[in-house]
Design a protein around this ligand. Structure first.
Ligand code: URA
Ligand code: SF4
Length: 190
């Protein structure tokens, strides 16, 4: 079994799909290696590709606000993406790209071993929860897969485009906080 650092190095060398051709940096993901909560986005955008770090652009700034609204910091959680290289012009990843790249994410999930997985947006939800996931209808609902409690909510970029989604997003965040408290309680009781 590789360590996260070894896996990060492997990803930095990856040419398993066409997305390697235009990347400046791979964006492996970052955060607390022992996080109870993992957030999964879609893929790097312009700034993420420049910096090699997830969610550092406008959507990332909003994500930070969303986290702080439920008293979480980046250091408390881990953030990754379905694909590690930026799709040209921020298009959605193709199925061939996400199917290959998600294997790295599976490794990350195994190593970090979170209790909660939050899918940010439809691309993450379709790759992690179900292929025909409808974000507007199915967001906010918890499902259980193995040991993982999984929920999808709007991608912060979608909230930037459409302010009317913020009310539902806030409900999802409160639900996430409640689930997190539940998990911490169970741990405390051992
Ligand atoms: N959007 C994503 O889905 N992921 C990032 O890392 C940044 C923006
Ligand atoms: Fe490899 Fe993923 Fe980058 Fe494709 S997107 S080259 S699979 S790291």
């Amino acid at each position: 079994m590789y360590t996260l650092d070894q896996l990060k190095y492997i990803v930095s060398q990856c040419k398993m799909c066409e997305l390697y051709k235009e990347r400046n940096n791979t964006v492996f993901g970052e955060g607390n290696p022992h996080a109870r909560i993992m957030f999964i986005g879609e893929g790097p955008g312009y700034y993420e590709d420049q910096m090699g770090r997830p969610f550092v652009g406008k959507a990332g700034q909003l994500l930070d606000k969303m986290l702080s609204s439920i008293e979480l910091k980046r250091e408390d959680i881990y953030i990754g993406n379905i694909v590690k290289c930026r799709p040209p012009n921020n298009r959605n990843p193709l199925e061939v790209e996400s199917k290959v790249c998600i294997e790295y994410l599976r490794w990350q999930v195994k190593l970090i071993d979170p209790d909660i997985i939050v899918c940010l947006g439809a691309v993450a939800a379709r790759n992690i929860i179900s292929q025909d996931f409808k974000i507007s209808k199915e967001r906010g609902a918890w499902i259980k897969k193995g040991k993982f409690h999984i929920m999808a909510t709007y991608h912060p970029a979608a909230l930037l485009r459409d302010e009317s989604k913020k009310r539902d997003s806030w409900e999802d965040l409160k639900s996430l906080r409640a689930k997190y408290e539940e998990i911490l309680d169970v741990e405390k009781r051992g």
